[in-house]
Design a protein around this ligand. Structure first.
Ligand SMILES: Nc1ncnc2c1ncn2[C@@H]1O[C@H](COP(=O)(O)OP(=O)(O)O)[C@@H](O)[C@H]1O
Ligand SMILES: [Mg+2]
Length: 343
């Protein structure tokens, strides 16, 4: 099931989250890939710092609000912390579902210092009622709180420090357009290519103290990482364990192959869940088109998980087509699965 999935780009286990922290780049220099995003941020950060220096009162200027969207594991949380580090301000972290009521947001906003970063993960899950509080906060750094009801109702304004909201989402399409329009910088993170993943892996190797690596071994991990740094680091940890136990710590191409084969990861980086998704469409729906809900029900999986975690990469590598009538397998996918569809 998805919870034990090696390839899953989402993190569930707390120990993995702490291992991820250790491997996370700390500044824009260490951040691999996404060159357009890095350049936009370098310019924006430098402009903010120049404005801060020009101020007479010594207070910190703030960066424009930033919206990051893209599949899980591509470095959205990482970039939020990197921005905070570059600005020399604190990063306060919360998420859409954690802000259940307007008062939750008020509590968070009133803790901010000028120039601080407020990172809201899964911002597409922000309740509508809270969204309305966030508009004046983003625009004028004030919150309108309604006290009492009926005859005694009145609104009081609470000011908060000028801050930068960084929102992250896997589903930009679910964001309301008034919310989306309030971000000054919007960026879609793309999948990493193999050389970029190779650079991330070799940095991780030095942080993890892995040095006995044969040529080509990291490339083999990179090519099975589905363009996703989080998966690359996770596969690296699996391969390291395997190499430690089976090969005295020596990481060779053959060890990579054996370790990942054992984990059910194929040459393209697809795992059992991907294959089960593809073969469900092939076998139960004659290759589609079929609605996502139907596939999810047949597999006894959550439709949201399939949409966030399985489909983006299959679309990216041309295995899946999304049509108006639903999902359909492509000829390349059938070739990979070794199936021929009727008709
Ligand atoms: N650009 C990058 N350079 C190096 N490592 C990265 C990069 N992006 C992500 N990572 C690694 O991948 C892991 C997952 O990234 P994360 O920011 O949590 O992804 P997201 O928030 O988009 O799901 C991080 O812990 C980090 O180790
Ligand atoms: Mg994240």
């Amino acid at each position: 099931m998805a919870t034990e999935r090696l390839i899953s780009p989402t993190t569930r286990a707390p120990e993995e989250e702490s291992q991820n922290w250790a491997l996370r780049p700390r500044n824009l220099d260490e951040y691999v890939g996404q060159p357009e995003l890095v350049e936009r941020l370098l310019i924006a950060v430098e402009a903010v710092q120049a404005r801060t220096r020009a101020r007479k009162d010594g207070a910190k200027e703030h960066l424009e609000h930033v919206l990051l969207h893209g599949p899980p594991g591509l470095g959205k949380t990482t970039i939020a912390h990197v921005i905070g580090a570059e600005l020399g301000t604190q990063v306060h972290t919360t998420s859409g579902p954690a802000l259940a009521r307007g008062t939750d947001l008020v509590a968070v906003l009133t803790r901010l210092q000028p120039g601080d970063v407020l990172f809201i993960d899964e911002i597409h899950r922000l309740p509508v009622a809270v969204e309305e509080f966030i508009y004046p906060a983003m625009e004028d750094f004030r919150i309108d709180v309604c006290l009492d009801t009926g005859m005694n109702a009145r609104t009081v304004q609470i000011n908060c420090a000028p801050f930068t909201l960084i929102g992250a989402t896997t589903r930009a399409g679910l964001l309301s357009s008034p919310l989306r329009s309030r971000f000054g910088i919007t960026h879609h993170l793309r999948y990493y290519d193999e050389p970029e993943l190779g650079r991330i892996l070799s940095r991780s190797c030095s942080l993890l103290g892995v040095s006995d690596i044969e040529r080509g071994a990291l490339e083999r991990i990179a090519s099975r990482s589905r363009g996703t740094p989080r998966i690359a680091n996770r596969l690296l940890r699996r391969v390291r364990d395997f190499a430690d136990v089976r090969a005295g710590g020596r990481m060779s191409g053959a060890i990579v192959d054996d370790a990942l084969h054992l984990e059910g990861v194929d040459a393209l980086g697809l795992d059992n869940l991907d294959r089960s998704y593809l073969s469900t469409i092939a076998a139960a729906y004659r290759g589609g088109p079929v609605g996502l809900e139907a596939v999810a029900a047949t597999m006894n999986e959550d439709a949201g998980t399939l949409e966030d975690v399985v489909e983006p990469y299959l679309l990216q590598i041309g295995f899946l087509a999304r049509t108006r009538r639903g999902r359909a397998l492509t000829a390349i996918a059938c070739g990979h699965l070794g199936v021929t569809l009727p008709g």
